[in-house]
Design a protein around this ligand. Structure first.
Ligand SMILES: *[C@@H]1O[C@H](CO)[C@@H](O)[C@H](O)[C@H]1NC(C)=O
Ligand SMILES: *[C@@H]1O[C@H](CO)[C@@H](O)[C@H](O)[C@H]1NC(C)=O
Ligand SMILES: *[C@@H]1O[C@H](CO)[C@@H](O)[C@H](O)[C@H]1NC(C)=O
Length: 250
């Protein structure tokens, strides 16, 4: 009699535990990593931009930050023609630090669709923004779907969207977005500032792309905790049931 009851208890326990194990759903596969190089290569006219993104380490920064950043990013991608129509030397005269700033100026720490940009409040923060209101971009709507973008130095239109899907939007621009902070002065401030020693191989400090993105959302953890709570409750039920059965035997 007693052994029969124990067998019953074991059977119940085993059934519960097996149900538990099956209830633990497998972790969802990580959403496909965004390959920015592939997006730009497919566009076919962004070799200068790709090189700059690589030289300044921002390609890997953006790609890795995209995995954890909950706001996404928007990249304004100047074409090769846009770089070619800069004043000769405009790019090469920039120090490494300033090249990084120039690239960061083309990235916003937030994903914007075209219709977001039609109604966004100006100026929009970029990855280069330090103090509020600096290194910003202004957007103005042009009727239906046309967006103008202005830096205070250059104005151009957003053209083709190479990608418009969270977490990354990439829009073609036909001009390099020259920030007021680097190109605003009309008088050419030709290097009276200390030239950086060519020999020193110190890598420029590269601001983290994800800085403004905030902490990653805690949803994953919360879900785990809930699941764990569920397990505990179920386990408690099983133990309670077993205890009741044992009591009944006495
Ligand atoms: C991204 O795409 C480029 C070009 O298509 C390719 O060479 C590279 O291996 C890809 N990177 C990853 C991580 O898949
Ligand atoms: C951008 O827009 C803000 C707010 O309308 C304005 O104060 C600022 O002067 C504009 N900057 C440029 C460069 O157009
Ligand atoms: C928008 O940009 C285009 C070309 O860059 C320019 O011709 C037009 O005047 C701009 N419109 C406004 C409202 O700034």
């Amino acid at each position: 009699m007693a052994s029969k009851s124990f067998t019953l208890i074991l059977l119940i326990l085993t059934t519960f535990l097996m149900a538990q194990t099956q209830a633990q759903a497998p972790a969802p596969a990580p959403s496909g990593a965004v390959n920015l190089t592939a997006i730009l290569e497919k566009g076919g006219q962004y070799t200068t931009l790709i090189k700059l993104l690589k030289d300044t380490q921002q390609l890997t920064q953006i790609e890795s930050q995209l995995k954890s950043n909950s706001q996404g990013f928007t990249l304004f991608a100047p074409t090769d023609n846009a770089f070619q129509s800069l004043k000769p030397g405009a790019l090469n005269d920039l120090s490494d630090d300033k090249k990084v700033k120039l690239i960061l100026f083309h990235v916003t720490p937030k994903y914007y669709t075209i219709s977001d940009l039609l109604t966004v409040s100006n100026p929009v923060r970029t990855q280069a923004t330090e103090e509020e209101g600096t290194w910003g971009l202004n957007f103005t709507g042009q009727g239906g779907n046309q967006v103008n973008i202005s830096t205070g130095v250059v104005q151009t239109q957003l053209n083709n969207a190479l990608r418009e899907k969270f977490p990354l939007a990439v829009y073609q621009v036909d001009k390099v977005l020259l920030p007021l902070e680097l190109f605003g002065t009309t008088k050419t401030t030709h290097s009276s500032e200390a030239p950086s020693p060519k020999g020193s191989k110190s890598t420029p400090e590269i601001p983290s792309v994800g800085k403004a993105g905030g902490a990653p959302s805690p949803h994953g953890d919360k879900k785990d905790t809930n699941a764990a709570n569920g397990r505990n409750v179920a386990f408690g039920l099983v133990v309670g049931l077993a205890l009741i059965c044992i009591e009944a035997l006495h």
